[in-house]
Design a protein around this ligand. Sequence first.
Ligand SMILES: Cc1ncc(COP(=O)(O)O)c(C=O)c1O
Length: 460
Amino acid sequence: MTESDIRLAGPTDGDAPEAGDHGWGMLQPRTRTEAHWAEEQEVIGPGLQAVMLLSRLCVVAADGAELVDVDGNRIIDFQGAGGVNSIGHAEPRFVATLAEELTRATAGAFATPARLDMVRVLRDFLPDELDTIQLYSGGTEAVEAALRLAKSVTGKHEFLSFWGGFHGKTMGSLALTAGARSGLGPLPPGYFSAPYANCYHCPFKLTAPDCGFTCVEHARDVIKENSTGALAAIVVEPVQGRSGNVVPPPGYLTALGEVAREFDALLISDEMMTGFGRTGAAFAHQHEDVRPDVLTVGKGMGGGYPVTGVIAAGETMAAAPFSDPSASSSSFGAFPMACRAVATTTGIIGDDKLVENAAERGREMLDQLSDLVELAPLVGDVRGSGLALGIELVADKKSRRPAPKSVVQRVYLELMEAGVLVMLGGNALRLYPPLTIGREQADTAVGIIRETLIRTRGEG
Ligand SMILES: Cc1ncc(COP(=O)(O)O)c(C=O)c1O
């Protein structure tokens, strides 16, 4: 089979695989995959994403939520590049506008029709009070810029972040990030962390809402104990992605916002994964009555094009030195292709009512998956906000001890074999369908996930 022979057939169409009753999954032997992977690995360095190393997927075609590998296997993509795949793979309007943009100036942060189009679309999409954006090309770069902005606004330099959080891998964002630091030497001073409102693993052994947000009280104490009076910002994910899409109870962000005010610090909502509709609101903090000072965004905003941003009110963004000429720019920030990607993606999210679709499909999927806690031997918790869903695998439901890595990896591979690619985060499966997902395809994927998890047991 050549690449051109591979087409995106429906499960019962033409030369779609016979085996299995839904037609999804690794039904063809992965011989081309082996050769492809081996040749790439001669040059590509180590340290690739763990899920990519596990799956070794060599993708040659894609459409919406569907991937086709080099051997002709068809898989439903709920990995979605950890929330990047917002409008679906190869969305025709995205393909057309980006192809056209490629024929114009491709390099330079000029004012361009693409940038003007982006501004016009964002004017409607951004929260009223957070109306200014500065563009970057990586998530960690945007988080670093937000830290510089917070320092510029407050004249202070300390930051509070949360256990289980992920904000990137450069010095400032790494200092905000839980774990993954050993062997990397000293981090910048003035960064401290407190437990997140992860109710399934509450370190205080309390239950929301009766707990009175003891974790927020504790965060306040952590600041008092550690700060030299120079807290610039509290940095928080409205849903913690890497910990398995942990959704805090309502009111959590609002309570953190109050703590930030108390210490004359900013509240930075890192919406890299949650922004641009993923959780069924344009931005996840909008599920609450809270006004963060700064948002960091990316992933789904560019529909697959590498573009990220910092969003704040104009008067916040005007703080120096952040606002000095060249002080908040970057080589690729606001290049025409990036702006076209944002304009087109955000336009599609609005025109096709994808925020609403994320809310509706997410609710249905959460409903359909919830009883796995009773039915599936390994499932300890099922949670989600819109189309950011998490299924936590445990070795023991009573103690909530995490399932061993070997078991989590086996489940991941069994799901892929069965036809659904998911993301991992520790001992949790993370699901990121495109915001375009239809009911039928969501049902098919949920059916595969349910069937796989109900029959899968842990070690011994
Ligand atoms: C909430 C959050 N912030 C920041 C980042 C860092 O983004 P990048 O990997 O593009 O540097 C990520 C990436 O997953 C993220 O989920």
